[in-house]
Design a protein around this ligand. Sequence first.
Ligand code: GLN
Length: 240
Amino acid sequence: MSSIKIYHFMPDKLNLYGDIGNIIALKQRAKWRNINVEVVDITETDDLSLDECDIFFIGGGSDREQSLATEQLKKIKTQLKNAIEDGMPTLTICGGYQFLGSEYVTPDGTRLEGLNILNIFTESKKERLIGDIVIESETFGQIVGFENHGGRTYHEYPTLGKVVDGYGNNDTDKREGIHYKNLLGTYLHGPILPKNHEITDYLLKQACIRKGIAFEPEKLDNTVEEAAKQAIIKRLLKAK
Ligand code: GLN
């Protein structure tokens, strides 16, 4: 049986709004294709190698958890940057997404240093951006989720898509997330993957391609997932 490894970074600290559901979705959709998934929980990064990592996942966290996690991530910064440049499928949520940039400025003006892996900048305000969100993506079609963040993120990379309803990266440019090589960063919790099977399959497919494993997207019937997504979109857009 084919097998892939998901490295789950600091699951004990970074699991806001059910982000662990992303791991469950990846495991289940891989299992339905007879691909075995081993989840490796990463709590410390001393001597960590990413050589065997097929998908890297970082969930969201509060400002406190975020700074603790940054200390661990700093130790593998170069490896992580190289792996992202090399096309390692990576999913980072909210605080996990903010980490990748140069800095995170808290509402009181404190400047927390980020990993500086990408040219992303985040400043946070007391007034939070909260609610359900609908995005239109050229790659993934319609995306739905839930967001709750003080951070406003700015960058010039390709994004996950255009915000149809909600906030996204910040409260001005109506763009959500980042899609750089096979790195996806997003403010969507909820969690994002069980609600958006296209993104789950994208990550699995890229992991399989890199590992030389056959991947059959057409093998699954997504009728239930599609109906659930359309019901959410209908409810949200009707409520306006
Ligand atoms: N501390 C960040 C913010 O509020 C991240 C929160 C989160 O991961 N939901 O912007």
